[in-house]
Design a binder for this molecule. Sequence first.
Ligand code: ATP
Ligand code: MG
Length: 587
Amino acid sequence: MKWTRKKLIDSYLNFFKNNGHAVIPSASLIPEHDPTVLFTTAGMHPLVPFLLGQPHPLGKRLTSVQACIRTGDIDSVGDTYHHTFFEMLGNWSLGDYFKEDAIKCSFEFLTKVLKIPKEKLAITCFAGDENAEEDKEACQIWISLGIPNERIAFLQKEDNWWGPAGKTGPCGPDTEIFYWQSDKPAPKSFNPKDKSWVEIWNIVFMQYNKDENGRYNLAKQKNIDTGMGVERILAALNKTGDDYLTEVFLPIIKKIENLSKKKYGANEQDTRAMRIIADHSKAAVFILSERVIPSNTEHGYVLRRLIRRAIRHSRILNMPKMFMKNLAECVIEIYGGDYPELIKHKDFIFEEIEKEESRFNETISSGLKYFDRIAKISKQKLSGKDAFLLYQSYGFPIEMTVELAKERNLGVDTEGFESEQTRHQELSRTATAGRFKSGLSDTSEQTTKLHTATHLLNQALRIVLKKPDIRQKGSNITAERLRFDFNFERKLTEDELKKIEELVNEKIREAIPVKKEEMTIEEAKKTAHGVFEHKYGEKVFVYSIGDFSKEICAGPHVSNTKELGHFKIIKEEGVAAGVRRIKAILK
Ligand code: ATP
Ligand code: MG
């Protein structure tokens, strides 16, 4: 019997639903309130506040399938089971069931529902160290379920431990389940280093709380957090021995075979290139579906890096110059039913992916030639200057230069690259400052006023546009004006702009005192808006303007809104997909 992705996901969610878990939807690929990471990397990510103790509205048992992106795994892509984009099945207990039930549930799901023979499974448990004891309990539970001793390995913190997310907080040992993915019979004794054992499921036991002094205390609320990759399980269930031969990749691989006139599996180098192209196109399409556009910073940079690396590998296969749209179509075909934003933003995805593709097509050949030339004359290491030139003039992401160099057993002076980059940005910033005369460090009385006005504007936007999730996407204040970027899909109408102005001016007339409080980021997150570029446990300032606005912010601000004068919007425009910009002044 063939296991489809859909059947697997439905079976998982139903199994846990029948076990009292509420099904929660997949959160956005870009975390809403946590810029400490660019992308959602696991199912637990959107649940962090609840794992920290905040009650979840749907109860103590939750389950989901979560779309994830792991930029840290980009360099591992090329093997059979690491992907940049993947889907993670997960179940959580927030202070409810613990070790025994969690392990038993996972085992029952794998062996009874999916009917994976237990002879193909192996387990790792935490070995114990000076802070926390060996996880004998988990091991005993596995043995009681019929896993032989020789199939259980004990590993250290780097393999079998999770957290805390920041300096302090919940953490604990985990147990990982491995599947034997080779045609050969599984060896009696488990060697975790043998690559035929693929990790399929991780069960974390958050039983400790690390405190300020570095001590691991038993946690008041013990949580379970699990994660299992859809692609790896699909490969196991259908005995393909390779995630790329399952339905979530095969149509993309077929298309690449078609376009390159090469066969998947025929030789190692081409096969690896095909995997990278398939994986990166998929991840790129998902990032584009969040309305990100390729750029040189943050999400846009990851997107650019993925598209350009796919293109570079397409040259190894002699693929046609424009192929990305064809692959994007395959991705949308596979996932469109479950991710409606892929369909909704289809035209945007095609347009942006082709734009980036033709842009890089213009420079890649001469860039590769330049690289060849300098690689020949470089000893051991490429200089930072050369890496920067490849970046600046030929659009080679630094990671691409590093990869190209590695293929020739060369290193790259990445520190040198970074200082070149900083020096360059410094130059352009000085040039900008020269032109506009007022820099970012200007904290005069006028900029302080404009800063407070920015908070009023932010809240007025949420109210007038009836969109409570409006967030700051950027802000720049000079002595003359404020500039505020925020997430919104369309141009604002004249009427809306008027209403926003009026609301801000009303709050100025009300002469509201501005209050400053210090609290932990966890407390702040409960009530305040803001850019959460903070670590857990860190203290932050929250500025409140009556009960109208509450924002996490470093300040400074005026002490009363009456000091602001009259607020006027001078311009509204689009700056990127889904991002609008308002410029305003105080008279
Ligand atoms: P690995 O050691 O294989 O990289 P991991 O320890 O990083 O895995 P976890 O962070 O424990 O994995 O994630 C939980 C599960 O999610 C894994 O057991 C695996 O099934 C899946 N998973 C993790 N990373 C990836 C990836 N890059 N591609 C596909 N599936 C993944
Ligand atoms: Mg990993």
